[in-house]
Design a protein. Structure first.
Length: 361
């Protein structure tokens, strides 16, 4: 046995006596950064602060942190005149202390709107509120946030508008230019942040998702033509293990078209729901792992894609537990680490895809 193998075996033995940490050695952040890619995950304040073992695993695997909920209006803005920065400050400080990149989520979204904001009718007042919010929040963290989801999920072809934009509170009051305004205001508050347009349900080859992809390309093109500082597309990537609608050629072409507009690409919220997969635990885990493998092996061919974020790191803390529980009551296992913070089959797929991808420039 070579010295290297012996050392590796020792590391595994040493760490297996500590069930909360994965064996030392390869990590997702290490495999990613060897190719010039940044890997990280969403987490929330209470889990990172209170669960010491989760925190250690997070630091072991991740080079980037995003706040799962703490920068959303519903958390940040208890009222029109107040901000609740405590949880977000903690997360941004945590990232600074541990030299993690930070991804901010999100500045303008139709969802997570506090009650007081829903009651504001006057367009001029809404404009002021949006500009003040973005100026205050982005300004507070300027220099500490690498990237911001400036606008989230603004395309919704089902709403029937010719421009395919969602008929959100912001759009109804301010028209389509609320998007331009959000990006320009964020850029003014932090000229160095990477500003992302983030979108969901654009990964699969279904008629609805094809329309949304067309709407996203159209929006990005319009923003670019108008000189709006949009630097990247965020592809959320909430995937389904039971889906048979992923067409590599369709998705690959979409990513090329996005890159052709001169914007970078981030995978911003990747996870794989197993809610419609039947079978043994091992069969479910392998369906999830195969979904990661098939998706990433295509997505990572596009070198404009420079960041991969999973929506959570451990199955212990996944939003799918409550948002989309399995009908059979079994626990969801959508993420790279299991409940004991050990690598899952999904971890191996992600690691394998990182090993095989081309170098980012
Ligand atoms: C989710 C969080 O994970 C949950 O904790 C919360 O209850 C609802 O929001 N797309 C997004 C994210 O852009 O903000 C959502 O996060 C998941 C879907």
């Amino acid at each position: 046995m070579s010295k290297l193998l012996a050392a590796g075996a020792f590391a595994v033995l040493r760490f297996s006596s500590h069930p909360a940490l994965a064996a030392e050695g390869e990590t997702l952040k290490g495999l990613a950064s060897a190719k010039g890619l940044l890997y990280g995950a969403a987490a929330n304040y209470s889990n990172l602060r209170n669960d010491v073992q989760f925190r250690a695993a997070f630091l072991q695997q991740c080079g980037l942190l995003t706040a799962e909920n703490e920068l959303k209006w519903a958390v940040l803005r208890p009222s029109r005149s107040t901000f609740n920065f405590t949880p977000a400050d903690w997360l941004v400080d945590f990232a600074q202390q541990h030299k993690l990149a930070f991804h901010g989520h999100t500045l303008a979204w139709h969802h997570s709107i506090p009650g007081w904001l829903q009651d504001v009718q006057d367009p001029a007042a809404l404009r002021t509120i949006l500009v003040d919010h973005i100026t205050t929040v982005v300004g507070r963290y300027a220099g500490k946030v690498r990237s911001w989801d400036a606008v989230n999920e603004a395309v919704q072809p089902e709403d029937g508008r010719p421009d395919m934009l969602r008929n959100s509170l912001w759009l109804k009051a301010l028209g389509p230019d609320y998007i331009d305004l959000a990006f320009r205001t964020a850029a003014a508050a932090d000229p160095h942040a990477l500003l992302v347009y983030n979108e969901h349900q654009i990964e699969y080859d279904t008629p609805d998702q094809a329309k949304r992809r067309a709407g996203v390309l159209r929006l990005l093109q319009r923003l670019k033509n108008n000189g709006v500082p949009v630097h990247a597309l965020g592809v959320q990537s909430h995937l389904r293990a039971a889906s048979n609608s992923f067409r590599p050629a369709v998705f690959r072409r979409f990513l090329s078209e996005v890159a052709g507009l001169g914007v970078r690409i981030l995978i911003t919220e990747m996870d794989v729901t197993d809610r419609d997969v039947q079978g043994s635990a091992a069969q479910i885990d392998s369906a999830v792992a195969n979904t990661y493998r098939d998706y990433l092996s295509i997505a990572l061919q596009e070198t404009a894609l420079t960041t991969v974020i999973t929506w959570g790191l451990s199955n212990l803390y996944t939003w799918l537990k409550t948002e989309s529980p399995r009908p059979d009551g079994a626990q969801s296992r959508p993420l790279p680490l299991d409940n004991n913070l050990q690598p899952t089959a999904a971890w191996k797929s992600i690691a394998g895809a990182f090993r095989q991808m081309p170098n980012r420039s």
